[in-house]
Design a protein around this ligand. Structure first.
Ligand code: ATP
Length: 233
């Protein structure tokens, strides 16, 4: 279990997260929703060690995770698929994927993981020699996701995968998320599309002004109730 207890974090003197406590269960998909600026990305950055905590702690299976350098997160079983198209534009699709398994422990598995990535994302196989900078938005998002999977993470953290994508591609991406969940991976999904998030999640957290405004099993939340809270502020 990945657990955040009373986490406070921000940028310099500015505080963004206020005493945030969350628990992410293994093999489940936890969705974190909230309006622009609610602190969702900041929360993910805090988990990945990209932002020091001002207060509180993060634990993974009872062991302290905060304080772990970001480059060691792959060893702890975590990978993050960043928002948008943060792929290496001047590198080919294949090179981008290989970078995702840079860690020494993962190197012997590169060929098998590449094959698994291409099996899951056939379009990337077709485009493996193409520069990532020339991919469409949807393809780049697939590449970001495939790259995150190259370290075979137990916990995959996905930031806004549907942002700016056409509905068909969003369907495809959510299909992949469902498949990853069925494989037993733990998924933390930040998503502004509340309807999609609710449909796929096991548990939903609503962040508002850097605080947890709702923590509920997805089965117990209707979209109407979520929207009522979502648009309250
Ligand atoms: P969005 O969906 O728009 O990305 P979000 O919920 O992910 O929103 P964050 O990106 O976590 O929100 O931002 C939360 C707050 O922190 C915002 O007020 C933002 O301006 C501020 N913030 C984000 N990054 C920085 C930074 N590097 N320095 C200072 N303030 C920042």
């Amino acid at each position: 279990m990945l657990e955040l207890s009373n986490v406070r974090a921000g940028y310099g003197a500015i505080n963004v997260l206020w005493d945030v406590s969350l628990a992410m269960q293994p093999g489940r998909l936890t969705a974190i929703v909230g309006q622009n600026g609610a602190g969702k990305t900041t929360l993910l950055r805090a988990i990945m060690g990209l932002l020091p905590l001002k207060q509180g702690e993060i634990t993974l299976h009872g062991k302290r995770l905060d304080g772990t350098p970001t480059w060691d997160m792959a060893d702890r079983g975590l990978a993050m698929v960043p928002e948008g198209r943060m792929v290496f534009r001047d590198m080919s699709v294949a090179e981008n994927l290989i970078v995702g398994a840079f860690n020494k422990a993962h190197r012997p598995h590169v060929a098998a993981r590449l094959e698994a990535a291409y099996e899951m994302f056939p379009r990337l196989r077709e485009r493996r020699k193409q520069l990532a900078g020339s991919l469409s938005g949807g393809e780049a998002q697939m590449l970001a996701m495939a790259r995150g999977l190259m370290s075979d993470p137990k916990i995959l953290i996905v930031d806004e995968p549907s942002l700016g994508l056409a509905p068909l591609l969003v369907n495809e991406l959510f299909g992949i998320l469902a498949r990853l969940k069925a494989e037993g991976r733990t998924i933390i999904l930040v998503e502004q599309n509340t309807e999609r998030a609710l449909a796929i999640a096991d548990h939903v957290y609503l962040l508002q002004g850097g605080k947890v405004a709702l923590s509920e099993a997805a089965a117990n939340v209707t979209l109407a109730r979520l929207h009522e809270l979502y648009f309250k502020h």
